[in-house]
Each structure stands twice: as structure tokens, then as C-alpha cells.
Design a protein around this ligand. Structure first.
Ligand code: PLP
Length: 281
């Protein structure tokens, strides 16, 4: 049983011993797409959703996936069986292939599959996050889950340097998402979240929270909201695979939310119940 596993095109081993070819296009161009999911009780949560999103990203970037979704699922589960049980972060990426550096696609080169598995300790879902705001200077294809994450990296570093958990991106007055999460608000009993257009990643947790809202009768609005609405929200909800849906308590040093804890508690309970049900042994 390994603790941290790395996989590359059929080869696997302890993550720190794995190497990849220098000409993998991930290194030159970040020419690839990825997914990250959570395994609990040996079950990869929402895996079908993650596979569907990976196929969508591949389609948008014209990366040819040489596996069926079933084959990819089998490889992921095969690798998962080789690591120690417990909550695991299942990360995988597909790159356009291996070839001498040249911007245009190489001919007849198969895509490469990378997988890393590592244990993860989930955060306390009651812990309120501290956020900062950062101008969203990313490109206009944020719906594609590509490896090109430099603005997200820079924003995450600013949050870390500020002693905070996440950065909230905004384009002018409009809040888009966070460096590695989606962001939504509760206002007057309604759950408001940016529509899934090209400005945000269509988060799987975000979608699950919308489902949970329907389940517990919280009305939803998929529309943009402003920084002013964010600061004045009854609650601010940050969501991602590893966090689930959690509340923020502070943005740029100002207290936010704290006015709809009971509504959020219903939402979080519904989300968690689905998570536990779908990852039951
Ligand atoms: N937005 C960005 C930019 C992300 O990188 C992520 C995930 O890491 C999310 C949103 C949340 O997506 P998901 O809920 O599918 O993890």
C-alpha cells in the first residue's frame, strides 16, 4: 500500500519516484486539462460529473481522449486500490501528448494520462473562511478546466501572504469566482450564484449546492452579483470539491455574513447527506 501514488501512461509508483518526459506538452504550454475529486470509503464522489466535465474540457480544446469514460473510471479505481484507505484527493490530468516544442498540435501523438493520489484531511465545515478580493485578469475561457492556472496561482499566493484562505476574483464590480473555488451568496433567503458561462468554472460542488437548495426549498438565482452585494450578503458561501460548501466570515478585513446561519445549516446538511449517501461503503 502506497501513501502517495503517481501514475503516468500505465506506469505507477510512489509519487516522489515518478518522472515524466521533458517533451510532455504540459511543461511547455500547460497544454492539458484536469480534474480533482474526493474519494471517501473507497468511493470517488461525483466521479461521473468529473468525467463529464473532463470530456467537455477536452472537446473545447480538441484534445482527443483515447479512453472511454468507463476505462478512465477503471484506471482511477485500480490506482485507488493501491493506496492506503482514508480520504484521498484523486487528481488527474490529460495532456495533448509528447512532442518537440511547437505551438500547433503535433500529428499522430496520443494524449498522456497523469494521476496523483494523496491522502487529504478535510477541513472543519464550520470554520469561516477569510477572503481577500483580487481583480480577475484571467482569459475568457474560465469554463475550461485547463492546466493554465497562473492568475489563480498568483491570487492564491496573495491570499496566503495575507493570512487568508481564498481570493475572490471580480471583473470590475462583478464577482466571478475564487482562485480555486466558486462563490455564492445568500440574500433574503435566496441562493445567488454566477451563471455557468465562460467567466467561471462550472463547479461540481456549486451544482450540488443548487441541487441541495432545491431539496430543502431554498430559491436560487443564477445571475451575476456585485462586490457590494457580496459585502452586504446575509451569508457568503465558498464551494469546492475539497471544502464542500463553507461560509466566509471576513473579506478584505471586513466582517461578512453571519445573518443566515440557520438557512445555510439546512443547505450544508442536505449537501453532506448526499455526500455520505453516495460514498457509503
Ligand atoms: N473554480 C475554480 C477556478 C476551481 O479551480 C475549482 C476547483 O478546484 C472550483 C471553482 C470548484 O469546482 P469543484 O466544485 O468542481 O471542485
Amino acid at each position: 500500500m502506497m501513501k502517495e501514488l503517481g501514475y503516468y501512461n500505465g506506469q505507477w509508483g510512489p509519487l516522489e519516484t515518478m518522472t515524466v518526459p521533458m517533451n510532455d506538452r504540459a511543461g511547455y504550454f500547460g497544454d492539458g486539462i484536469y480534474e480533482a475529486a474526493l474519494a471517501h470509503n473507497g468511493v470517488i464522489f461525483a466521479l461521473d460529473d468529473h468525467l463529464r466535465r473532463l470530456w467537455r474540457s477536452a472537446d473545447k480544446l480538441r484534445i482527443e481522449l483515447r479512453w472511454t469514460q468507463d476505462e478512465m473510471r477503471d484506471i482511477l479505481y485500480d490506482m485507488l486500490s493501491k493506496v492506503e484507505p482514508g480520504d484521498t484527493l484523486v487528481y488527474w490530468q490529460v495532456t495533448r501528448g509528447t512532442a518537440l516544442r511547437n505551438h500547433a498540435f503535433p500529428n499522430g501523438v496520443p494524449a498522456n494520462l497523469w494521476i496523483t493520489l494523496k491522502p487529504i484531511t478535510l477541513g472543519d465545515p464550520r470554520h469561516r473562511l477569510r477572503l481577500i478580493t483580487v481583480e480577475d485578469t484571467r482569459f475568457l475561457h474560465c469554463d475550461i478546466k485547463t492546466l493554465n492556472l497562473i492568475p489563480n496561482v498568483m491570487a492564491a499566493q496573495l491570499a496566503a501572504e495575507a493570512g487568508c484562505d481564498e481570493s475572490v476574483f471580480h471583473r470590475g464590480e462583478v464577482v466571478t469566482e475564487c482562485a480555486h473555488s466558486n462563490i455564492s451568496i445568500l440574500k433574503d433567503g435566496r441562493f445567488i450564484t454566477h451563471p455557468t458561462d465562460n467567466y467561471i468554472l462550472p463547479g461540481i460542488t456549486r451544482a450540488r449546492l443548487l441541487d441541495a437548495c432545491a431539496e430543502v426549498g431554498i430559491p436560487t438565482e443564477e445571475r451575476t452579483f456585485t462586490l457590494a452585494e457580496l459585502m452586504d450578503a446575509d451569508e457568503v458561501i465558498v464551494s469546492s470539491t475539497t471544502k464542500g460548501g463553507v461560509l466566509a466570515g471576513e473579506i478584505d478585513g471586513q466582517a461578512v455574513g453571519g445573518r443566515a446561519e440557520a438557512v445555510f445549516a439546512r443547505l450544508q446538511a442536505a449537501y453532506t447527506a448526499r455526500y455520505e449517501r453516495e460514498t457509503a461503503k
